[in-house]
Design a protein around this ligand. Structure first.
Ligand code: AMP
Ligand code: ZN
Length: 697
């Protein structure tokens, strides 16, 4: 899609746009081009060239310009993804070509069968197979006309689907426009799968468990459910992506059908989609010249699928030659030119030894099954979450039961159920506790929630989890203070609360077994550097219910320091983009609880950053963007620290020495060698404090 040269020039334009402080209406088109380019790098290439932060800066600049020039807004602008209002009813729409199922095969012999059948149906004696993953999500059909996305539909009954265009537009990996005209195509229909990556799915579920919401069952259901939500803004926040794997219809300017004429190889079609900016299986698909080669590739994927970031339930074997596909045709149910090879779900039997009830950081109680260790596709499994009371009841699982453990595509295995016929009468029913296993407070379960909870703020188990959460990678990211160390420190009485992290007695720790000078130094380093983390990390680390990384970032953008949140009403919180009423309530409660404010004050006193610093999020102004500064001599109007802060707040960059990269040297009284050096480089402007202040006023 982009040549080397084009990419280079787009990167240069990116830099200019990012650094320029006064963009005009004439920059709108370039802003869009670079945003589309970076979308492509991110989604289609899996290889972004700029940070999320820089992307956001460019995005905001475009948004601002479009606000000033609303008549310049075009439907495929990157800012126009989310539709206003809710979709009450999804209209039905006919597909341009019907969306069929796939015939299933389970072993290599059947692949040979498939070959025999297609040889019968086609005129050629040579067959190229194209083999690719079968993505486990919700199928979708996209129509582009004159390079614009004009429609997206669900599969429906295969002939007629539901129009979900607004929701598809909210999915960032679906380009709002794509250069099909370059390929002589005026109108095209694409097939693909809307999926949630395994890691995103797990993250979303983790958040849901903490909120006491029902967990999503699996990525597939989540994807298809999310596609039909009424609020496309919510769809955009679900972490959905679309993988495109088929061209089902294509015509040129004069309406001539191109399938099997100009478009003659499946692999080339996918390559074209890749080049047009779509996420495709291009790197996972293989053209095979024999069934042996197909088999080898299927075997490879039998294991590979576990480490593949997207859930797959098999592989699809297609004829690569589209003219042969046409010769084979379809039944009413499935095309004759493709078969799905289904992976066997890996299952094993084991014995349920016990159920432990774990207390999460917000008091949520999770039942965890302890089973006799069993190996399943390369990992040994000995403990499996049973999620909630409901699941134990509906599956009628008992202690002592032989249970079936399954690992399908998922990373996390689960218990399908018990083998009733193997019971001998000694099995014991599982009783969900009425009291917290850690502090014995009565457990509480609100009507609409699935999860029992301990609501005691001083519950030791919760405290442990809260500290573990505070130091975790997504939160304060404290190196050297992992889960087990936190638990050990708590048990030894070295750590009693979150603020205690900053009061650890290193001399005592240094004398403990297993702790050398170096590991103590590492620990101290990790803890010290956590003090300088951006505000969103602190907001995540506090473990406010319903506030994960995403929400924490949204929040941090809207405040200049953490205590501002204790002054906001629920109504004001809801006005922040990305914060719904439920989240607002929970933030409000957190910041109106004396204990929490006390914790924050202690953290502040220990030097933990509680401010929204310009380098962490949007700068306050971009007056100094793209310019570099250095201060020298004695400053009269402000301190050195304040000077640095002013530069950063206004988007400028601080340098530590005089070099050709320096734009401005602010020279105070008695400036010495730096001034002398700067005077020799004529691209450096030497200015006074007053002149500097004028630049930012
Ligand atoms: P099934 O519903 O099990 O009969 O399988 C057919 C479905 O597999 C199609 O409707 C697609 O949604 C889905 N699918 C996933 N990956 C692919 C792929 N690479 N090629 C074709 N279909 C796929
Ligand atoms: Zn408790």
């Amino acid at each position: 899609m982009y040549s080397e040269d084009e990419q280079k020039s787009l990167l240069q334009i990116t830099a200019r746009l990012k650094n320029s402080e006064n963009l005009t209406v004439f920059d709108i088109s370039e802003l869009r081009s670079v945003l589309r380019f970076h979308d492509w790098r991110y989604y289609a290439m899996n290889d972004p060239l700029i940070t999320d932060y820089d992307y956001d800066v460019l995005f905001q600049k475009l948004k601002q310009l479009e606000l000033s020039y609303p008549d310049q807004i075009i439907p495929d602008s990157p800012t126009q993804r989310v539709a206003k209002g809710l979709t009450e009813n999804f209209e039905t729409v006919p597909h341009l070509a019907s969306m069929l199922s796939l015939e299933n095969t389970y072993n290599e012999l059947e692949v040979k069968d498939f070959e025999r059948r297609v040889l019968d149906m086609t005129t050629n004696s040579k067959i190229e197979f194209c083999v690719e993953p079968k993505f486990d999500g919700a199928s979708i059909a996209l129509v582009y006309e004159n390079d614009l996305l004009v429609r997206a539909a669900t599969r429906g009954d295969g002939t007629i689907g539901e129009d979900i265009t607004n929701n598809a537009r909210a999915i960032s990996s679906i380009p709002l426009s794509a250069p099909f005209s370059k390929f002589g195509i005026r109108k095209i229909e694409l097939r693909g799968e809307v999926i949630i990556r395994k890691d995103v799915f797990e993250q979303k579920n983790k958040e849901r468990i903490e909120k006491g919401e029902k967990e999503f069952q699996n990525p597939r259901n989540t994807a298809s459910g999310s596609l039909r939500m009424k609020d496309s803004y919510e769809v955009g926040r679900r972490g959905l992506e679309a993988v495109l794997y088929h061209v089902s219809f294509a015509v040129n300017e004069s309406g001539e059908d191109l399938i099997g004429k100009k478009l003659i190889a499946h692999f080339d079609n996918i390559k074209m989609l890749h080049e047009c900016g779509f996420k495709t299986p291009i790197h996972e698909m293989k053209v095979c010249l024999s069934t042996n080669e197909v088999d080898a590739f299927l075997q490879e994927w039998n294991e590979k699928r576990y480490s593949f970031p997207i859930e797959t339930d098999g592989m699809v074997i297609k004829l690569n030659d589209i003219r042969q596909q046409i010769q084979c045709g379809s039944t009413a149910h499935h095309p004759r030119w493709a078969v799905a090879y289904k992976f066997q779900a890996k299952q094993a039997h084991s014995k349920l030894l016990a159920v432990e009830f774990q207390v999460g950081r917000t008091g949520a109680i999770t039942p965890v099954a302890k089973i006799e260790p069993v190996a399943l596709s390369g990992v040994t499994i000995s403990s499996i979450s049973l999620h909630n009371e409901e699941i134990i009841k509906t599956k009628d699982i008992r202690i002592g039961d032989t249970v079936i453990v399954e690992r399908a595509g998922e990373v996390i295995p689960y218990i399908i159920g018990s083998v009733e016929s193997l019971r001998d009468g000694t099995e014991k029913q599982i009783y969900f506790p009425k009291e917290c296993p850690s502090c014995q407070s009565p457990l509480i379960k609100p009507e609409e929630e699935a999860v029992w909870r301990c609501e005691n703020a001083d519950c030791p188990a919760q405290l442990e989890e809260r500290i573990i959460h505070y130091v975790s990678k997504d939160a304060m990211d404290i190196d050297g203070l992992g889960r087990q160390i936190v638990i050990d420190f708590i048990n030894l009485g070295l750590l009693k609360n979150i603020e205690g992290i900053y009061e650890l007695q290193y001399d005592v720790i240094g004398k403990m077994e297993g702790w050398g000078a170096k590991s103590v130094a590492n620990l101290k380093d990790g803890i010290e550097s956590s003090k300088a983390r951006p505000l969103w990390r602190l907001l995540t680390a506090l473990g406010i219910r319903h506030v994960g990384v995403g929400t924490a970032k949204d929040l941090a953008k809207h405040i200049s320091a953490v205590f501002e949140l204790s002054e906001k009403t629920e109504e004001q919180l809801v006005e922040i983009e990305g914060i719904g009423p439920k989240v607002a309530r929970s933030i409000f409660q957190f910041f109106n609880t004396a204990l929490n404010l006390h914790l924050l004050r202690s953290l502040e006193a220990f030097g933990v950053n509680i401010k929204n610093r310009p380098e962490d999020s949007n700068t306050k102004s971009s007056k100094l963007a793209g310019k570099s500064f250095l201060f020298t001599g004695t400053l009269n109007s402000f301190s050195r620290d304040r000077a640095k802060q002013l530069v950063e707040e206004n988007g400028g960059k601080l340098l530590s020495g005089v070099s050709a990269n320096l734009n401005y040297l602010i020279a105070g009284a008695d400036a010495g060698s730096k001034l002398a050096k700067a005077q020799k480089i004529d691209t450096i402007s030497i200015i006074t404090e007053e002149e500097f202040l004028k630049m930012i006023s």
